[in-house]
Design a protein around this ligand. Structure first.
Ligand code: DGY
Length: 333
């Protein structure tokens, strides 16, 4: 049967997810990961009705200018700082993301980084693999910092921040948080979390997890001045976005021992890595994989596909994409 609509998938995706798309639309899928220029994205998008794209694909006004065919962009992530929502809305293009399905997996990963950085897991493993244990180990080697009973700070208390907070009770860690708006009291109680201003958060948190979205306001929210306010024994974890932390300033703070350790899943200008961070044993680094469990990545891909099909008028949610970011666009049609 000939399908009237075409979609472009900018990166290889699970076959079963592609098959669910192919029931309704013609699917053009890239077989390799690639960084594309705005012009390359423009050329791809002008030939299709919709697309599933990744965080590395930046869709702004220049990419969709003059595109009369494109109806929907499904982002394969909950964060959408790669999308210019205003431009998409002005162009009549629906934009969607993948909330909820990754909340618990991403919160788990914040704890994985926090524990690994606090207890120097990566560094100790490198030392062990290098055969250095045979040379002897002192009783006071590999001393980390404790989590149990310490105060956990969280910057950004959306769904993922709350999921990180809920896990803290198992470590008997009181939680303080800072967020633009305070959570309802019932949620604070359930998360055992107390709102504080940003300065108090920096000064009183024994360890700090960053879960804020990346915006112009959160660019370098943690820079030299903020790092200087934190405890020297603190671990900083960033599972949110590169650019929220000033990586150069963080590297200096770690090198000078003004911070115990850092667990970083995201970087300024990723996939590039600040050379100073690469050298630091006290930084646990991973390539933006906080949501990468088998179940969660499948669920994200399926949600992106469901969003796209719904935006193009197919499937059980036809006309009502489950996670539409710019509902105003529907009003205008
Ligand atoms: C997201 O969904 O925003 C994550 O950063 C991608 O794994």
């Amino acid at each position: 049967m000939s399908k009237q609509q075409s979609v472009w998938v900018s990166r290889p995706l699970f076959p079963e997810v592609l098959a669910s798309l192919a029931q309704y639309v013609d699917v053009r899928v890239e077989t390799r990961e690639a960084r594309r220029t705005p012009e390359q994205l423009r050329t791809k998008l002008v030939k299709v009705d919709g697309a599933i794209i990744g965080l590395g694909d930046r869709i702004d006004a220049s990419v969709v200018a003059g595109n009369r065919r494109l109806k929907a962009i499904a982002n394969l992530a909950v964060g959408y700082n790669n999308l210019d929502l205003e431009a998409l809305t002005a162009a009549g293009i629906q934009a969607t993301n993948t909330p909820d399905v990754l909340t618990q997996t991403t919160a788990d990963y914040a704890w994985a980084l926090l524990l690994a950085a606090a207890r120097r897991v990566s560094s100790a493993e490198r030392w062990l693999r290098a055969g250095r244990w045979r040379g002897g180990m002192r009783f006071d080697d590999w001393l980390g910092v404790d989590l149990y009973g310490k105060t956990l700070g969280i910057l950004g208390m959306g769904r993922i921040g709350q999921a990180v907070a809920r896990r803290a009770s198992g470590f008997d860690m009181p939680v303080i948080y800072h967020n633009r708006s305070r959570l309802p009291e019932a949620v604070e109680r359930e998360c055992r979390a107390r709102w504080v201003d940003k300065a108090q958060l920096l000064q009183h948190a024994d360890h700090l997890v960053l879960v804020v979205p990346y915006t112009a306001q959160t660019h370098h929210a943690i820079g030299a001045a903020e790092l200087a306010q934190m405890k020297r024994t603190a671990v900083l974890v960033n599972i949110a976005r590169g650019g929220i932390v000033d990586d150069a300033a963080l590297a200096v703070a770690l090198r000078e021992g003004r911070l115990a350790a850092a667990g970083l899943d995201v970087f300024e200008g990723e996939p590039a890595l600040h050379p100073a961070l690469r050298e630091l044993e006290s930084a646990v680094l991973s390539p933006h994989i906080a949501s990468a469990s088998a179940d969660t990545r499948r669920a994200m891909a399926q949600l992106a596909a469901d969003n796209l099909l719904a935006a193009l008028g197919h499937g059980p949610d036809a006309g009502r994409p489950p996670s539409l970011l710019n509902p105003a666009v529907l009003g205008g049609r």
